[in-house]
Every structure is written in C-alpha cells, then in structure tokens.
Design a protein around this ligand. Structure first.
Ligand code: NI
Length: 277
C-alpha cells in the first residue's frame, strides 16, 4: 500500500493537547507517510514550524487565514518571509477569502488585499499556496486569474464549489483538496466536483481536527481516517483505493516538492532518506 500524504492538518490545535505526541508517533505505522501542518495565523504558523522541527515526517505551511488578516502588518509579512525560507516550509497557507462570517465590505477588501499580498509572497519565495475559500467563489477566481496563480501552483483546500467551477481551477493547473465531506451522504455537489477532476489533480487532506469522515463524522478528525476518504474517491472514480493513495501521494510530491530546486539548508531534499522529492 502506498503511504498516505496528508496535505492539510492542524495538529497544533488544542483538540490534540491531551494526546498529541502519542497520536503523531502512531501515524507512520498507521500508513501516513507525510503530513503538512498548516498555519492559519502568525501564532499557528510558528506552531506548525515547531512541529515540523520535531517530527521528520511533518512539514509546515506558513500563512494567515482570511479570518485572521486583521493581525497582519508589514512586519508580519517580513516575518512570514523568514518562515518561508526555513527548511521544512513547503507552502504559503492557508490564505484566501471567507465571506461566510464577514458580510462587511470593509473586511472583505482587507481579506482581498492580504490574499494578494500572500500570493505574491508565494511567488517571490518559490512556494506553492494553500487556498481557503468559502462563499467567495467569484472573487477567489478573479484574484487567482489576475495574480496569474497558475504560474505559482497551489491547492484549493476543502473544495466546496461546483463541478463547473472546478474545471476552471484545474484548467489553471491547480490541485483540489478533498477531505471527509466526500464521505457524507448529502455531499452531492462535492461528489460531482470530484468526478469532474482528473485523479492527477486531487490531494488527500483532513483539515483535522475538523471534518471527520463517516463513520467518525462529528468526532475529532485525524490523518489515520484518510483511508475512508481514499475509498470514497475510489468509488467515484471507479478505481481501487490503492490507486487513489498512490496517485494522491505522487500529486502531493509533485506540488509541494517544487521547493526541491531551492537553495535551502536542512530542507526536505537535503535530508537523506526523505521520500518527499
Ligand atoms: Ni485548515
């Protein structure tokens, strides 16, 4: 069986405070080969880097989520740039737009500004991006096109838009992050989107501690549950679970291994035995 590549986790979340070390130590034996722990604020970016420092199979993404952009300043951006240059940082994220909780035009403008700035950071630092986009489909697509995001490369995390729009993202060469929702009975829209995406553009992700797949729906999620997601994707694609595991691992390495050519010290590609690149 191919090892699972988990592209979106938040193991620094307090939901894991009681058993974090034990759980993380159990992942390799549970078939999880690589984890990207994703920052959503300055603090959780630092937490992600600390986890990556501690565990050989964990990598970090550095970025500030649209809900948290009020904390951003020019000096934060310089700090993020420094984090991007650390050896185990493989992406800028999660960044994007979230209009669900923010109806005010002023906040939305602020989100758009920092989304563009962090996309520019990804471009400048030669890293792919991880996008969070909720109830902001049109503006997300507009910004990604205007910023020529296809040249940078990245993933639409926790994809929640239509099958029609998914073709636009795939057309730009972007990847689609699929998690526990695909196992839900009522997730017709996501299932249609997954059917429309070539397997070569799909990544496995949990967004843990959130979004646990059936039969753990509503409980704390973790990367050990990803085989349920792989099985659901396999059913929609008419291929085996093993095919999905192997393809999504390859896809993740192709996207996040782009950093391979960069001059970094202590990076994943300089470490002997890394499966990543
Ligand atoms: Ni997330």
């Amino acid at each position: 069986m191919a090892m699972i590549f988990e592209t979106h986790a938040h193991y620094d979340d307090e939901a894991f405070d009681s058993d974090r070390e034990e759980l993380l130590a159990s992942l390799p034996a549970g078939g999880v080969g690589t984890v990207i722990n994703v920052g959503a604020s300055m603090a959780t970016t630092r937490n992600s880097l600390a986890l990556a420092e501690k565990y050989p199979f964990i990598y970090a993404a550095a970025g500030v989520h649209p809900d948290e952009v009020e904390e951003l300043t020019e000096s934060c951006m310089e700090e993020l740039r420094g984090y991007c240059r650390q050896g185990k940082t493989v992406a800028v994220g999660e960044i994007g737009l979230d209009y669900h909780w923010h109806k005010e035009e002023e906040h939305r403008k602020l989100q758009q500004y920092w989304f563009r700035r962090q996309l520019a950071l990804a471009r400048e630092e030669g890293l792919p991006f991880i996008i969070h986009s909720r109830e902001a489909a049109a503006d997300t697509l507009t910004i990604l096109k205007e910023e020529r995001a296809g040249e940078i490369g990245g993933v639409m995390h926790c994809y929640s838009y239509s099958a029609k729009q998914v073709r636009e993202y795939v057309g730009m060469g972007l990847y689609i992050g699929v998690g526990g929702v695909v196992t839900f009975k009522n997730a017709r829209k996501l299932k249609e989107a997954v059917e429309a995406v070539p397997l070569e553009n799909i990544l496995l992700e949990t967004d843990c501690p959130y979004m646990a797949p059936v039969p753990y729906r509503g409980k704390r999620n973790c990367s050990l549950y990803l085989p349920h997601v792989a099985t659901a994707i396999a059913g929609l694609k008419g291929v085996s679970e093993e095919t999905v595991r192997a393809a999504t691992e390859e896809n993740a390495k192709r996207l996040f291994g782009k950093t391979a050519g960069r001059q970094k010290t202590g990076g994943m590609c300089n470490r002997g035995g890394s499966e990543f690149c």
